[in-house]
Design a protein around this ligand. Structure first.
Ligand SMILES: [Zn+2]
Length: 179
């Protein structure tokens, strides 16, 4: 598998700046299990979904990958793994779903972006990892009661987003939604 990002072309017109981040049930169930399986360390991964109007819908989440490193105060996400994860979903959905950012957990209850978190997003923006003009970084609490979501614009400036959970669409419905 090539390490270059050979994404199919997905034109995404962002007429409205998305202000809401909507997690559907499938990625939330995955993240819940991942956090429960790794209680003493930080974990995280990639987020895949689509933009519709003023919201970014998350349809899939991954873990940090086999070469990812979970530590008590940080997690290193395996970029080759998450690129492959996003590429597979993007191909399977004929370009309707795509990489939109990353998630991780903070164990201490402070859900603000750390300096390292901020720098990680700047690195992703520099390599243009994301197809859309936004890249999100979501921080969950350990009990998953709350999450902070930040939308970075192409200039690397973060803004808080409203986070919503639950319901459809599932990813197949998400594909049908954008035929
Ligand atoms: Zn962090």
């Amino acid at each position: 598998m090539s390490r270059h990002l050979q994404y199919p072309h997905t034109p995404v017109a962002c007429v409205v700046v998305p202000s809401r981040l909507h997690f559907t049930d499938i990625p939330i169930a995955f993240i819940h299990k991942e956090i429960n399986d790794w209680q003493k360390v930080e974990t995280g991964g990639a987020l895949v979904g689509y933009i519709e109007g003023d919201r970014i819908v998350i349809t899939h989440a991954s873990g940090p990958g086999p070469r990812g490193i979970r530590r008590p105060y940080s997690v290193r996400i395996d970029g080759a793994f998450t690129t492959e994860f996003a590429f597979r979903l993007q191909s399977a959905s004929n370009g309707q779903l795509y990489y939109v950012g990353d998630w991780h957990v903070h164990l201490n209850g402070d859900l603000s972006l750390s300096g390292d978190d901020h720098n990680a997003v700047q690195r992703l923006l520099r390599v243009r990892a994301c197809l859309v003009p936004y890249l999100v970084s979501v921080i969950f609490s350990r009990d998953m009661d709350t999450a902070n979501a930040y939308r970075y614009d192409q200039f690397g400036k973060p803004s808080r987003m409203l986070v919503q959970f639950g319901g459809t669409p599932s990813w197949t419905e998400a594909v049908q939604f954008h035929p």
